[in-house]
Design a protein around this ligand. Structure first.
Ligand SMILES: Nc1ncnc2c1ncn2[C@@H]1O[C@H](COP(=O)(O)OP(=O)(O)OP(=O)(O)O)[C@@H](O)[C@H]1O
Ligand SMILES: [Mg+2]
Length: 254
């Protein structure tokens, strides 16, 4: 598995009369990671769906690899099949893609091992903990061997410690597999930890209003390093500025 380069220029998207995105630009090198932060409704999911090839757009350029790059999206609601077991959920995308049985068995085995799901193969999603469900959704995205992995608030339903542990685990997998990764999150710490590029989205319509880089290590120690904490502070300030100084966001969250 190798990462695809991503190039986005002047991306614009409307739903009916409402323009959600305008003039969104960014580049990712193969194997790089990008985090999106931004207010609820600013268009994070929309961008990920466009990158996954699941949502049309009006204007701009979106290039992922040479055009045929494999992309996996872990959606905000995970999209697991409740009537399929862990094994069934992992196998289904490979069945649909008619991957040959030996290759299929090897990929499923790797996902079970990478995501710590080996003892759970016969369980249904309803019989898993929140963290186990998140790991299953991630495993199901990885069996497709994506060149671009898109994650939409993947750990939002989890307690803080499980969330941090899964983030560290994801960072290890991302490094080892070399895939390009884009993650949308509301957690500043998670965005700074997982992203080499951190883009704060804002404005109306939405564009990237501030971009930061974090080339520091993506290990458990990172969270306590002064560079990480300082960057987190800067990103938080940029996010507050993008959010608007006087906006009553609770009032505007309609
Ligand atoms: N299919 C759709 N039809 C009409 N409007 C839509 C549709 N999908 C999204 N929108 C609107 O587009 C805007 C961006 O939505 P999107 O889901 O991308 O936001 P988001 O940044 O992911 O928000 P959140 O942080 O709450 O997940 C919102 O105003 C939303 O209501
Ligand atoms: Mg969303």
């Amino acid at each position: 598995m190798a990462g695809a380069a991503v190039r986005v220029r002047g991306l614009a998207k409307s739903f009916g009369a409402t323009q959600v995105l305008a003039g969104l630009d960014f580049d990712l090198a193969p194997g790089e990671s990008l985090s999106f932060l931004g207010a609820s409704g600013c268009g994070k999911t929309t961008v990920l769906r466009i990158l996954a090839g699941a949502c049309p757009f009006e204007a701009g350029e979106v290039a992922v690899g040479q055009g045929q790059a494999v992309r996996s999206l872990v959606s905000q609601n995970l999209g697991l099949f409740p009537w399929k077991t862990v094994l069934g959920n992992l196998t289904l995308p490979l069945d649909l893609a008619e991957v040959d049985p030996a290759e299929k068995a090897q990929r499923v085995e790797a996902a079970l091992s990478d995501l710590g799901l080996k003892g759970l193969v016969d369980r249904y999603p309803g019989q898993l903990s929140g963290g186990q469900r998140q790991r299953l959704a991630l495993g199901r995205a990885l069996v497709a061997q994506p060149e671009l992995l898109l994650l939409d608030e993947p750990f939002s339903a989890l307690d803080a410690l499980t969330r941090e542990a899964l983030g560290i685990h994801l960072a290890q997998l991302w490094r080892r597999l070399g895939l390009t990764m884009i993650i949308a999150t509301h957690s500043v710490e998670e965005a700074v930890f997982l992203g080499q590029v951190i883009a704060v989205l804002g404005g109306q319509p939405t564009r990237a209003v501030a971009v930061f880089r974090n080339d520091g290590p993506k290990t458990a120690q990172a969270f306590t390093e002064s560079h990480f904490m300082e960057l987190t502070r800067k990103v938080r300030l940029a996010l507050a500025e993008a959010w608007g100084p006087s906006a009553n966001r609770v009032g505007s969250l309609q």
